[in-house]
Design a protein around this ligand. Structure first.
Ligand code: ZN
Length: 189
């Protein structure tokens, strides 16, 4: 493999089909289930898409994929990716922000410590091993980024279903705030 051509404004890799993740496929990810039900009732938008480079088999290789997380909210909570741990827990990953603005939640599965770090055009985020990671778009435009990882890292989504992330990112007076999941109380009309 020699290289790929991609569009850093749309997050599309030439000749590679993106895998779309629609809102209905993200049940259980959101802090406000009632807001999720309302959002699903009004349509089923694509929340994000990932386009992966061809797998390079063999030990020592890298895998990489281009993510495009669209802007939006479910209730107060900004659009997010499901998030995952790596099946091979010690595998790290580097995210490279190309367009847009947002955050990553990094939660160490061993200590439970959760950090929110900026991911935006012109920034990188290093995700250590044993760290669940989720991307969040807090801006008005698509958040586009590369993820680069050992090709045998694998994905483990069980973390999200079992305990989800400790922190959430919600709009308070129109501005993103990172708060503890347990502290959130949705406003009711
Ligand atoms: Zn990963």
């Amino acid at each position: 493999m020699h290289g790929l051509s991609f569009d850093l404004n749309t997050g599309v890799i030439a000749g590679r089909p993106p895998v779309e993740k629609r809102l209905s496929a993200l049940a259980g990810c959101w802090v406000d289930p009632a807001a999720f039900a309302r959002a699903c009732a009004t349509g089923d938008p694509v929340v994000y898409q990932v386009t992966s480079a061809p797998d390079e088999p063999g030990t020592g290789g890298l895998g990489y994929g281009l993510g495009c997380l669209f802007p939006g909210r479910v209730g107060d909570e900004y659009y997010l990716t499901r998030g995952h741990l790596h099946q091979r827990r010690e595998a790290a990953e580097v995210y490279i922000g190309l367009a847009g603005a947002g955050l990553m939640l990094l939660e160490d599965e061993r200590t439970g410590v959760c950090r929110a770090v900026p991911l935006a055009a012109g920034t990188t985020v290093y995700v250590p091993g044993h760290t669940a990671h989720r991307t969040i778009n807090t801006g008005d435009a698509p958040l586009i980024y590369w993820g680069v990882y050992p090709n045998d890292a694998g994905h483990d989504y069980g973390f999200v279903g079992e305990r989800n992330f400790r922190h959430i990112v919600v709009a308070v007076d129109g501005h993103p705030q990172v708060i503890d999941r347990a502290a959130y109380r949705p406003a009711r009309l």
